[in-house]
Ligand binder design. Sequence first.
Ligand SMILES: NC(=O)c1ccc[n+]([C@@H]2O[C@H](COP(=O)([O-])OP(=O)(O)OC[C@H]3O[C@@H](n4cnc5c(N)ncnc54)[C@H](OP(=O)(O)O)[C@@H]3O)[C@@H](O)[C@H]2O)c1
Length: 300
Amino acid sequence: MEVVVAGGTGLLGREITRALLGAGHQVTVASRSKPEKDPIDSRARWVRGDVTEPGGLVEALAGAGAVVDAVQFPNSPMENPRKGFTFERIDLQGTRNLVDAARTAGVGYFIGLSGVGAAEGAEYPWLRYKWQEEQHIIASGLPYTIFRPSWIYGERDVALNRFLGFAKFLPFVPVVGDGKTRINPLYVGDLGAHVAATLGNDAAKDGIFELGGPDIMTMDDVIRTALRVAGKRRFLLHSPRPLMKLAAGVIQFAPGRPLTPGGVDFITMDGVADTSALTATFGLPLTPLEQGLAAYLTKS
Ligand SMILES: NC(=O)c1ccc[n+]([C@@H]2O[C@H](COP(=O)([O-])OP(=O)(O)OC[C@H]3O[C@@H](n4cnc5c(N)ncnc54)[C@H](OP(=O)(O)O)[C@@H]3O)[C@@H](O)[C@H]2O)c1
C-alpha cells in the first residue's frame, strides 16, 4: 500500500517509515523541508507538505491508501507563539487540515498519534487538544486507528539523550522537578511496529490504543537506568518545579527557548499508558527499558 507519513523526518516518523517499508509498503514522507544533511530512508519518496497550508496537502496525499500523522512543531513542548509553533496551531489545527485533506484526496485510512492522558477535561491544554484531534479524526468518517503513546525514547530522542548529554561533561544530571513523575517509557521501535501492524488488521480499525513500555517507573529510575546502561555514574540534582516554572518565565526569552513554563508542566506530568487493549489486539512484544537502551547505547 502507498502510505504517506506526515512528519516522517521526525523521531517517530522515521521509525514508522522504516517499519512500513519493512512490511512491504511504499512510503512517501511529507514535511516542510527535505532534510538534506540527515536524509530519510533512501527507499522512501519525499514530498513537501505543510499542515498549516491546507491547499497543498491534497496534492501531497494524492494516491495514498493511508496517511500517518506524525507532525509536531520544532522544539516541542516549548511553544513559540511568535513563530506559530503552538499545540493549538500545529497539533490541533494541523491534524484537522490533514484529516480534511485525506478525505478530499480519497485516502482510505488515517493513523493518528495522540498522547496518553488525552481527555476532554484534561488538566493541560495540549492533552485537551489531543482529545479534540481524536474527535475530528473519528468524525471524519475515515477508517482510523489512534495511538496514545507515553514517553518515547530511542537513539534520536531529545529527552533521555539530553540527560545523557549532561553526563558527558557534568558530575551530575540536572532533573526538573522531584524526579517522581511516573511513566512507562516506550521504545520507539515498538511504536513503529504497532503502526505497521495496523494496516490490514481489522481488529485495529476504529480503535484508540494507549501504548507504553512494560516498565512503570519514575523519571529518576529511567535516568538511572540509562546512566547504568551507558556505563556512567552520576548523581541526580533536582530543582523544585515551582522554582523552575519561575525561572522558565525568564529563560523562555533566551535564544532557542530552552524552557518555558508550559514546558516545565509538560516534562513533569505523569504519563502511564494502560496497554491491555493494545496487547489484546496486536499481541506484539513491548521492549523492557534496559533492552531498548542497550540496542543503541551499547553498540560499537
Ligand atoms: N516524542 C514523544 O515522546 C511522543 C510521545 C507521545 C506522542 N507523540 C506525538 O507523536 C507525534 C510526532 O512526535 P515526534 O516526537 O516524532 O516529533 P518530531 O521529532 O519533532 O518530528 C516532527 C515532524 O513534524 C514535521 N513538521 C513540523 N512542522 C510541520 C508542519 N507545519 N507541517 C508538516 N510537517 C511538520 C517535522 O519536519 P519539518 O520540521 O521538516 O517540517 C518533523 O518531521 C506528535 O504528534 C507528538 O505529539 C510523541
